[in-house]
Design a protein around this ligand. Structure first.
Ligand SMILES: *[C@@H]1O[C@H](CO)[C@@H](O)[C@H](O)[C@H]1NC(C)=O
Ligand SMILES: *[C@@H]1O[C@H](CO)[C@@H](O)[C@H](O)[C@H]1NC(C)=O
Ligand SMILES: *[C@@H]1O[C@H](CO)[C@@H](O)[C@H](O)[C@H]1NC(C)=O
Length: 179
């Protein structure tokens, strides 16, 4: 024999249902945001692809940045971070311009192969920085989309990796030193 449910029970039950529905809804929302990259409605700056944001953060973690040049590298939208440029059409990071500046404020440390996560990267400028204990990374030869690569005047040591010869789309390459 069934007892009729008290109003309190019904209320409790429907609250849980709503909470579950909300949870599923927000989950579905964030999943679609992760796989596509919507444009901001009011301007043409695209928002960041989640995997590319992680790649940038891993790259930053290897750097030493005493002058805090990358202080804008926080928050969800990596397309708004200093030196990061995304395609207006696809939202992918296509350009990374971290050229050191004249005031001698520079990046140093290690260049993480997490950059390979930026597989739409066409333009990379790390020139005029202070990578003075490391070699030019061999993995850069696998950034197949690169059109523009500037690693000049950044105090790399050792030989130029032959893997850079694999960058068959390059039209600009500068590995010069300023000394
Ligand atoms: C993308 O949009 C930004 C902001 O409106 C603009 O400055 C930039 O030139 C655009 N880039 C391209 C490739 O159209
Ligand atoms: C760069 O890598 C070397 C060797 O793995 C490590 O000793 C050093 O702490 C790293 N530098 C930074 C800024 O993470
Ligand atoms: C890249 O270049 C190296 C050395 O020149 C070569 O041994 C290697 O097979 C190349 N890799 C690819 C994926 O083309």
């Amino acid at each position: 024999m069934f007892m009729p449910k008290s109003p309190m029970d019904t209320l409790h039950f429907s609250c849980i249902q709503i909470a579950i529905a909300l949870l599923l809804f927000t989950h579905a929302n964030s999943t679609t945001e992760g796989s596509t990259s919507a444009l901001h409605p009011n301007d043409a700056i695209p928002s960041c692809v989640a995997g590319e944001k992680s790649a940038l953060l891993a790259f930053r973690a290897g750097l030493s940045d005493p002058a805090n040049l990358l202080s804008s590298w926080k928050g969800d939208d990596c397309c708004r971070w200093k030196g990061v440029y995304c395609s207006n059409r696809t939202g992918h990071v296509v350009k990374l311009d971290l050229r050191g500046d004249e005031s001698r404020q520079m990046l140093a440390g290690n260049i993480s192969s997490s950059l390979l996560g930026l597989d739409h990267l066409r333009y990379l400028d790390l020139s005029c920085n202070s990578f003075d204990k490391i070699q030019m990374p061999e993995f850069m030869g696998s950034l197949h989309q690169l059109r523009y690569l500037d690693l000049s005047a950044s105090l790399f040591i050792g030989r130029i990796p032959p893997q850079l010869g694999n960058l068959s789309n390059l039209w600009y390459l500068n590995l010069g030193s300023d000394e």
